[in-house]
Structures are given as structure tokens and as C-alpha cells.
Design a binder for this molecule. Structure first.
Ligand code: NDP
Length: 236
């Protein structure tokens, strides 16, 4: 078993974030989730925060530090889509997606790095997407935000890699959550045809990879993009 750690996951009230929190709890870690509404799974601490709000995140981190200890593993998972073709995409839809997915990750890892530098240990995991590197029609905002996470993890690796801190990207393909349930059935069937595995994945399949990345055996992996996509993004 890996050393028990204090873990914070953003957007842990549903979908992939909820599954990540469940897996960390099962693996014996001290787990906190941020949520705007709802709760994380049994055995986790839920703290309120919107990732677009630095002050709220700061307060959430302070609460976790007080109740569970300094955050050693942070998973920037909260994310949104606002898909639209480029010509019709509003500035607001572009800004909101980038501010949540990329800006949110920045705010979270910046706050987390304080304690990690002090402890000379940290695991930073950014939840990107296969479309970050593959691109997606109607997803100029979303794919830009997700590609940005790769530069973020690699810059953090160069800045903090010598202090016992790793930063990696996990890039899921199609995972069965509310986000993909919104897609029309015909489109879901079309996507399944293009995935070598021929299916979407369960959230737990992403969660287990993230728990492994945070574990003792993954200490020499940093600046990597780890696909969990059934082969959809091969070569990217
Ligand atoms: P869901 O839509 O099911 O859940 C999104 C989560 O993010 C919710 O907990 C939501 O909170 C939270 N969130 C959104 N905006 C904010 C915000 N401003 N502040 C705080 N929390 C916020 O999505 P998934 O579980 O499917 O996705 C999780 C991550 O995985 C996202 O980053 C997504 O881009 C990525 N991903 C998902 C894929 C998929 O196929 N599902 C594929 C590739 C990547 P609330 O409940 O309050 O809205």
C-alpha cells in the first residue's frame, strides 16, 4: 500500500471527480473534495468552493489543512463545456470555459504549491481531455483550455521538479458522466465507432489511474500526458 496522503479533488460531487474521491478513500487516503453543490462520497470531507474564485479556494484549502493536514496530492478535475462552432462561439463562452478549466487549475495548484514546497513533496494531477491534443470540432474553447494544462504541468515540472513535486496530465477519452450523457445518441454511436476499444469508459477507470499516479510507485513520472481513452488519441 502507498503512504496515506491528504488529497484534494476539485469538483468531487459528481462524475469523474466523485469516482476519483471514492478510489482515494478506498485506497486509505485522507480525502477532501471541493463542491459548489452536493457532497463528495462517504469517507470524504466536502468543502465549498468555486474554482473561479481564489478567495473561496483559499478558504477551502485552509479548512482542509485544519481538518486533514496540508494537501499533498491535488487533482484539478472541475471542468465545463460550452460547445459551439467557432463562427458562433461568444467571447463569454470562450472565456468561461478557459477561466474554469485552465484558470481554475492554475488557482488550485498555485494554492496547493505553498504546502507542497514546505513539505518538499507533492503530486499535482491535472484532468485534461483527449481533445486537448486531438482537437474537437465545436470545442475551440474546451480544447484550448485542455491543451493549456499540458503546458502548465510541464512548466510546473521544470519549476518544482527538484523539490519532490511531480505534475502530470491525465487525458480521458469518452467517459460515462453527465457531460457525455448530454450528447445525442446518434453522436455517441458515431464516437464509439472511432474508439478502438469500441466503448466509453466508466469513471472508475480514470480514477484508478489517478490514484496510481499519486502513489509511491509513480514518483519518477512528471510532465507526462497519460491517456485513458481506449486508444482514441493514439499518436497525440
Ligand atoms: P461533470 O459535468 O459530470 O462534472 C463536472 C464537475 O466539475 C462537477 O462536480 C461540477 O460541479 C464541477 N465544476 C464545474 N465548474 C466548476 C466551478 N466553476 N467550480 C467548481 N466546480 C466546478 O463532468 P465530468 O465528471 O465528466 O468531467 C470531469 C473532468 O473530466 C472535467 O475537467 C472534464 O473536462 C474532464 N473530462 C471528461 C470527459 C468525459 O467524457 N466525461 C472526457 C475528458 C475529460 P457542479 O456539480 O457544481 O456543477
Amino acid at each position: 500500500m502507498s503512504t496515506p496522503r491528504t488529497v484534494l479533488i476539485t469538483g468531487g460531487n459528481r462524475g469523474i471527480g466523485y469516482a476519483i474521491a471514492e478510489e482515494f478513500v478506498t485506497a486509505g487516503h485522507r480525502v477532501a473534495v471541493t463542491a459548489r453543490s452536493g457532497e463528495g462520497p462517504a469517507g470524504s470531507l466536502t468543502v465549498r468552493a468555486d474554482v473561479t474564485d481564489s478567495a473561496a479556494l483559499d478558504a477551502a484549502f485552509s479548512e482542509v489543512e485544519q481538518k486533514l493536514g496540508a494537501v499533498e496530492v491535488v487533482v484539478a478535475n472541475a471542468g465545463i463545456t460550452r460547445d459551439m462552432l467557432l463562427m458562433r462561439m461568444s467571447d463569454d463562452d470562450f472565456d468561461a470555459v478557459v477561466d474554469t478549466n485552465l484558470g481554475g487549475a492554475f488557482r488550485v495548484v498555485k494554492r496547493a504549491s505553498k504546502g507542497m514546497l514546505k513539505a518538499r513533496f507533492g503530486r499535482i494531477i491535472l484532468v485534461s481531455s483527449v481533445v486537448g491534443l486531438l482537437g474537437g470540432a465545436g470545442q475551440v474553447n474546451y480544447s484550448s483550455s485542455k491543451a493549456g494544462l499540458v503546458g502548465m504541468a510541464r512548466s510546473i515540472t521544470r519549476e518544482l521538479g527538484g523539490r519532490g513535486i511531480t505534475a502530470n496530465v491525465v487525458a480521458p477519452g469518452f467517459i460515462e458522466t453527465d457531460m457525455t450523457a448530454e450528447l445525442p445518441e446518434a453522436q455517441q454511436l458515431e464516437y464509439k465507432k472511432s474508439i478502438p476499444a469500441g466503448r466509453f469508459a466508466a469513471p472508475s477507470e480514470v480514477a484508478k489511474v489517478i490514484v496510481w499516479l499519486a502513489g509511491d510507485d509513480a514518483g519518477y513520472i512528471s510532465g507526462a500526458v497519460i491517456p485513458v481513452d481506449g486508444g482514441l488519441g493514439m499518436g497525440h
